[in-house]
Ligand binder design. Structure first.
Ligand code: NAD
Length: 489
């Protein structure tokens, strides 16, 4: 059983807490670690370390700050396989998916290494006669990230490298369900040997989140998780005068046009809907077939769902792992039942799954539900499992209207071979991340990871220039230097 500690002021610290959350290998059901449920005391200690480190880190030239990130990038690459294994063990996704997640994390470090160019300001001479105006970007101070369970390695890296490269100091609180990944990554961070207190790790659940939201010295907070908690974090952090961005849940539609390449669409949609056991915020979960796409696509996607190999993500040939825990399995199975009660038909039913050798695993097999009713609870609810709901309409206008009627707006995808259908969709669809013949429209590190409507609260997103904006404050300086003040040489 691994002991999870905090990392504060470059020291591993054992918190004095009485409550722990189990970290469970979701394929075996075995408890593999205990996450200490820290609160105000530990958040205060981490924030103090970060606050004390800020003045010197801020004055460190940006070219020197990024040298630490180059080192971190090399360590992440050198330990890529090992981090992947840890993610699979505590999160359930396959090793391939876990390693792909870390590729995205590493890309964010690489992009943030361009900070000397990215955080430069602007200047205009002679805005009035003899007067110049300058815009500088300066760091905020201590920033914090509150992360979800489903990408324990990648999501903190939407923020961490940008926050540090821009001169902020940092506190991260991972999900209590998957604390081993950040433990491993902080062992690498320890080898990077950042100046003391620049980057800190606090473990916990609600109490530690509340302590972060209320701490007067934390200037900016990024959150990723479910919509209810995102709203709560956004409200409470904003009330406390902090800069905040909060990514929420999703229910991502994919529209299949009759002129789509059906085989390609099926492969990609199956990967999106069932990859990571559907526990991706960009997983498509609602397939809307248009006109005669219905028959072809339905048959192909049912075959793809039924033939997916489910098992332990570290075993060869496994295409889909378990859900995060037994509670999730129960919740997803209940939702499939609810869909059936509300008039949907389970064409492929993944309930009651058992995988030989892993009988205690939280497995639900891929599921396809046809004729899900608009505005039914099944339609409204984020399932966060390997369940593809299907609906049918006759025109692209109806399909876009249906997609846009949902409260979420994280991602929307279209499969077509028509440029005009693609353009119409791109123009009209109400989602922050859009895929055209793409099933998981995950923005590269040099684009913002977007999200609209109930999937995102805030304005600046993670990654790329949005992260630079988020982690810096602009200072505008207007200068006059009268000639007569100059010494004569
Ligand atoms: P979650 O909301 O349960 O937890 C997220 C974080 O909030 C965790 O660190 C957790 O400790 C903390 N938390 C949980 N309950 C809290 C409470 N009552 N008060 C204060 N803090 C609390 O989310 P999760 O189950 O870990 O992750 C899955 C969710 O995240 C899904 O809804 C998924 O769509 C969403 N997600 C969104 C994105 C995106 O980019 N929009 C990306 C990944 C995941």
């Amino acid at each position: 059983m691994t002991k999870i500690l905090n990392y504060i002021n470059n020291e591993w610290v054992e918190p004095k807490v009485s409550e722990y959350a189990d970290v469970i290998n979701p394929a075996t059901g075995e408890v593999i670690a205990k996450t200490p449920l820290c609160g105000k005391v530990e958040v205060d200690a981490a924030t103090k370390a970060a606050s004390d480190a800020f003045p010197a880190w801020r004055r460190t030239p940006v070219q020197d700050r990024i040298q630490y990130l180059f080192k971190l990038r090399d360590l992440l690459l050198a330990n890529h396989d090992e981090i992947g294994r840890v993610i699979t063990e505590e999160c359930g996704k396959t090793l391939g998916e876990a390693k792909a997640e870390m590729v995205r994390a590493i890309e964010n470090v690489e992009v943030a290494c361009g900070m000397p160019m990215m955080m430069k300001g602007e200047m205009a001479e002679d805005v009035a006669r003899g007067i110049d105006e300058i815009m500088l970007r300066q760091p905020l101070g201590v920033c914090a990230t509150i992360a979800p369970f489903n990408f324990p390695g990648m999501i903190p890296f939407w923020y961490l490298p940008y926050a540090l490269a821009t001169g902020n100091t940092y506190v991260i609180k991972p999900s209590e369900k998957v604390s081993l990944t950040m433990k491993f990554i902080f062992e690498l961070i320890d080898q990077v040997d950042f100046p003391k207190g620049v980057v800190n790790l606090v473990n916990g659940a609600k109490d530690s989140v509340d302590a972060i939201l209320d701490h007067p010295d934390i200037r900016a907070i990024t959150f990723v998780g479910s919509t209810n908690i995102a709203k709560y974090v956004y409200r409470r952090a904003a009330e406390n005068g902090k800069r905040v961005q909060a990514q929420g849940g999703a229910k991502n539609p994919v529209i299949i046009m009759p002129d789509a390449d059906m085989e390609m669409a099926t492969d990609i949609v199956a990967d999106s809907a069932f990859g990571c056991a559907g526990q991706r915020c960009l997983a498509v979960s609602l397939a809307v077939t248009v006109a005669e796409a219905h028959n072809n696509f339905t048959e192909l996607i049912c075959d793809a769902a039924a033939s997916r190999t489910v098992g332990y993500g570290l075993d060869d040939g496994v295409q889909m792992g378990p859900l995060i825990d037994q509670n999730s399995k129960e919740r997803v199975e209940q939702l499939i039942g609810l869909g059936a009660k509300e008039g949907a038909t389970a064409l492929v039913d993944g309930r009651g799954a058992s995988v030989k050798g892993y009988e205690n695993g939280a497995f639900v097999r891929p599921t396809v539900l046809a004729d899900v009713q608009p505005n039914s609870d099944m339609w409204k609810t984020e399932i966060f499992g390997p369940v593809l709901s299907m609906m049918h309409v006759n025109t692209i206008d109806d399909a876009i209207k249906l997609a846009n009627s949902h409260v979420y707006g994280n991602q929307a995808s279209l499969f077509t071979s028509s440029g005009s259908a693609a353009r119409k969709f791109r123009y009209e669809v109400e989602a922050g991340n859009v895929g055209i013949n793409i099933g998981v429209a995950a923005p590269m590190a040099f684009f913002p990871f977007s999200g609209w409507k109930d999937s995102f609260f805030g304005d600046m997103h993670g990654q790329g220039m949005d992260a630079v904006e988020f982690f810096t404050q602009k200072k505008v300086v207007i200068e006059r230097w009268p000639k007569e003040w100059s010494r004569k040489f």
